[in-house]
Design a protein around this ligand. Sequence first.
Ligand SMILES: NC(=O)c1ccc[n+]([C@@H]2O[C@H](COP(=O)([O-])OP(=O)(O)OC[C@H]3O[C@@H](n4cnc5c(N)ncnc54)[C@H](O)[C@@H]3O)[C@@H](O)[C@H]2O)c1
Ligand SMILES: [Mg+2]
Length: 340
Amino acid sequence: MLQPLRILFRPKWMVSRSSASYVSRMRHLNKIKEEDEACRAALQSGNIFLYHKLAPLLRWTDSGIYQLPALQTKDVEEILEKLGGDKEMVKESILINCTEQNEAQFSFDVGAIDQAAVEEQCRGTFVDLRKAFFLLRGSEAPLVARGQALLRWHQTNGFCSSTGQPTQRNQSGSQRVCHSSGITYYPKMSPVVIVLVSDGKRCLLGRQSTFPRGMYSALAGFCDIGETMEEALRREIAEEVGLEVESIQYSGSQHWPFPQSSFMVACHATVNPDKTHVSVDKEELEDARWFSLEEVQEALTIKVPPRNNKGEPTVFWVPPSYAIANRLIQEWANQQHLKS
Ligand SMILES: NC(=O)c1ccc[n+]([C@@H]2O[C@H](COP(=O)([O-])OP(=O)(O)OC[C@H]3O[C@@H](n4cnc5c(N)ncnc54)[C@H](O)[C@@H]3O)[C@@H](O)[C@H]2O)c1
Ligand SMILES: [Mg+2]
């Protein structure tokens, strides 16, 4: 019998902020998302994160870490004019979020403007998002991913799929409308389940042939239309490794920008310890196997895997801490410790 969902942890945001300030912030954010005039006003005093061909601008700081520089709107206008662009382009910025001080945060892609010239003006570097995820700390990584996901969605949804006519965005960028058909389009994420299967003593990890060498992760799969998350999870595990899941526990979720926006729902699951034979679907996975607590602990300590002279990792390692797979593996290892 599948167990009902159970929240295993209380995220910080559930406990650390006073509800009044959180409520007023969310209402403010909703207003600027929905009302064009309010959004234009918020842009005047807001923060802008720059991208070039969807690569975010990062800045190396005196304290020895990379940061996501937040530019003021007037600074971006000045840079655009200086580099031969039109300062009105800044109005194409997309609303991402707002700070605890209620300052709106936007993402803006500099498009055809010379990359090196913008980097020089901003004292920063445009970095591929996968690398930026590694370099940024705390809440900056999900923020930069969200900004990129929204920019990408606008860049690829310029036309109505029903009429072929151009779609028009609202000021915040929370939607696009085809005025010919009346259809409103909203940014999309594909739901994905990611699951760490355990037989009580070991956990099951798999790898696709496209993963970097030696890296194994929790198993994942896209939900089919009409499926519940539990159904998708049971189906994916049956399809990919031929096992039947007995219980499921919800752990957390994450927006995952690669290669397109997915909404990752992360769970722990168990199988009957007498029914652990793995039969890998080789179309989906290169390998999947059971790992002991000792092997997993060792892998969790590896931040950057050692590499051979071809630059390939030489050991078993797991996804980095920004991936929710890492959190599932860490949680499993902690639970095994508590049991022993
Ligand atoms: N954040 C993490 O920790 C983490 C870890 C592992 C995987 N992931 C992500 O999970 C996602 C799904 O994992 P998977 O590749 O094993 O899925 P999967 O097992 O469902 O296999 C992928 C295949 O599903 C099909 N598919 C069905 N719906 C799709 C859709 N909406 N978009 C793309 N393909 C679709 C395609 O044929 C594709 O080749 C991947 O995007 C991967 O990047 C994230
Ligand atoms: Mg899969």
